[in-house]
Design a protein around this ligand. Structure first.
Ligand code: RFL
Length: 396
């Protein structure tokens, strides 16, 4: 079969094709559109799915600055809440850190990712941006040339798109990663060997801090999302089914690990979402193959232990937008040439901190347990370690 028989007739084009309408794709789309760059976003899911996918919530101060710089922070400024406390509950006692008084004195803004995505989408559409929902990118072809193509399947059936550049913002299982020719990009992968049951409860937060509990039965975590919605995590066996425990048992287990007897009960409510997350990390290097660029989870996957993924996605989208605008408007390739190197510096720093957090929060071998307890004791008592923690916890 010849290629023309496999690939449907090309009928669409844009200077930049953006795969995926998550934080990375929509920040990129907004920045390109504001600079007058012709772009289209291709998104596999429906608008309703994209706007209701509950995930991240903690935005770093620098992420907020990036969004503010481009007029994309109105919703989070209005509805987001500043946050700067975390509490560790361990076998050796509990302690709190107010990270606004440590390190660079920065805070998080708590704003659910799906609300940020809804804001970004609304702004993109107001500015006249095009998103093709229900349109799955199947493959990026000829990425090594300056005429890349994307094959898609969508409401109007199979189609082909031409572009000058393709931005792979379609996550870890997207078409951008799949389309990289063998050997073009290296993938450095690490499996932390730990899994979490991620839970979203229709219940007010139970403490005014992010709660990290290390317990003989495993880790438990508490993170506020809104005054009526709270995310919890429970370390679970690899391969567990998300629905294995009824709600009642989940709450009991959370209270046991979070030492409710000592600190008070949790505010219970219906658990409206559950997912098992295997804590894995990977980094692709470089983040470019010819005309195809990777950003967000497509570029690097982080364990959710340090809440960095959405923050990196926003940062990379800004860097990539700057590079694309310079190239397309002024013929200046510097930004695109430096995109991978600059992004990878942020990515490895975030990976390093996430890795540190995974080791801080989980019991593994007896030897590592000794290291973990010692590390927690240092964090509890050492101002310089607390400053380091604060700087990396809230920074990207
Ligand atoms: P997204 O958000 O996954 O968006 C990718 C989009 O691409 C679409 N797509 C395709 N579209 C067309 N064709 C294809 N072939 C496609 N394949 C996929 C998808 O439908 C989707 O709309 O990636 P992006 O933009 O890179 O953003 C990354 C973040 O979503 C992610 O890193 C964070 O959610 C990670 N994360 C957290 N990050 C934080 O910074 N702070 C947090 O507090 C935080 N909490 C979390 C998290 C991730 C979690 N999960 C899901 C593991 C909590 C959890 C439970």
């Amino acid at each position: 079969m010849t290629e023309s028989q496999i690939i449907p007739a090309v009928r669409n084009s844009a200077d930049v094709l953006i795969l995926g309408a998550g934080p990375a794709g929509l920040v990129l789309g907004n920045l390109l559109l504001a600079a007058g760059v012709d772009c289209v976003v291709l998104e596999r899911a429906t608008a309703e799915q994209v706007e209701s996918r509950s995930r991240a919530g903690f935005l770093a101060a620098n992420t907020v600055r990036v969004l503010e710089r481009h007029g994309l922070a109105e919703g989070l400024r209005r509805h987001g809440r500043e946050h700067a406390l975390c509490e560790f509950r361990t076998e050796d006692g509990s302690f709190r850190l107010d990270y606004s008084a440590l390190g660079r004195g920065e805070r998080h803004t708590v704003y659910p990712q799906h609300e940020l995505v809804a804001d970004l989408l609304a702004q993109y559409r107001r500015a006249g941006g095009q998103v093709r929902f229900g349109t799955e990118a199947l493959a990026v072809l000829d990425a090594g040339t300056d005429r890349p193509r994307v094959t898609t399947d969508g409401p109007e059936g199979p189609a082909g798109w031409r572009a000058r550049y393709v931005a792979g913002c379609d996550g870890r299982h997207g078409a951008a990663r799949r389309s990289l020719p063998p050997g073009s990009v290296r993938r450095h992968r690490h499996d932390h060997g730990v899994s979490w049951l991620g839970l979203l409860a229709e219940a007010p937060p139970s403490l005014d801090a992010v709660g990290y509990a290390v317990h003989g039965r495993g880790f438990a975590g508490h993170m506020a999302r809104t005054p009526a919605l709270t995310r919890y995590y429970l370390q679970c066996e690899r391969g567990s089914s998300p629905g294995a425990l009824p709600d009642e048992r989940v709450w009991e287990e959370l209270e046991l690990r979070m030492r409710a007897e000592e600190h008070g009960p949790l505010h219970r409510g219906p658990i409206v979402h559950r997912a098992v997350i295997d804590l894995e990390s990977d980094v692709l290097e470089p983040l470019r193959h010819g005309s195809l660029f990777l950003a967000g989870d497509a570029a690097s996957l982080l364990s959710p232990s340090a809440a960095k993924g959405a923050n990196l996605a926003v940062l990379e989208a800004e860097l990539l937008a700057e590079g694309l605008i310079a190239q397309l408007h002024r013929g200046d390739p510097g930004g695109l040439d430096g995109y991978s190197r600059r992004s990878l510096e942020h990515i490895w720093r975030a990976q390093e901190f996430s890795h540190w957090m995974v080791q801080l929060l989980h019991r593994t071998t007896h030897f590592h347990d000794g290291l973990r307890r010692s590390r927690l004791a240092s964090l509890r008592g050492s101002r310089s370690l607390q400053d380091w923690f604060a700087e990396h916890y809230v920074g990207v």
